[in-house]
Design a protein around this ligand. Structure first.
Ligand SMILES: [Zn+2]
Length: 143
């Protein structure tokens, strides 16, 4: 048996449902899709069956620009859980469209990350089925 096999942990999988499948399908196509209520046009994330504003059930989606700013962050250092890399910068991003999502900040040193930092989405392909979103500093991503 390959001695490295036992170390190759599978990446954790998201729980995909009929309500959030569009989001994960979008990431595979390098699109950040955000759920929008067809009735009142409220954006919400994570996707849910019902609009939290007007309680409508007819939901659609928009493709976000991927630009935003860091609303808050936490730097996870210990315990280091494979397959994630550490320190792991977990950020709450205010998208310019007006909703928030939790993601990961990459290629930014922990001492540089700051609330208000301008960021832009990027995509991390895990395998054929799963692509994740992450964010980069808008400055180092080239504007
Ligand atoms: Zn609504």
């Amino acid at each position: 048996m390959d001695p490295h096999h036992a170390l190759a942990l599978p990446h954790p999988r998201p729980g995909i449902t009929p309500d959030n499948r569009f989001f994960w399908d979008g990431l595979r196509q390098r699109e950040l899709r955000i759920q929008r209520c067809a009735a009142c046009h409220r954006l919400q994330h994570p996707p849910a069956p019902m609009c939290s504003g007007c309680h409508g059930f007819e939901m659609e989606s928009i493709v976000a620009s991927g630009r935003g700013t860091i609303h808050s962050f936490v730097i996870a250092e210990h315990p280091a859980i494979p397959p994630f890399s550490y320190p792991n910068l977990i950020v709450l991003v205010d998208l310019e469209e007006g909703t928030r999502l939790v993601s990961r900040l990459v290629d930014v040193a922990p001492e540089v990350v700051a609330i208000g930092m301008a960021v832009v989405v990027d995509y991390e392909r895990i395998d054929d089925e799963l692509t994740l979103h992450c964010f980069r500093s808008l400055e180092t991503a080239g504007g």
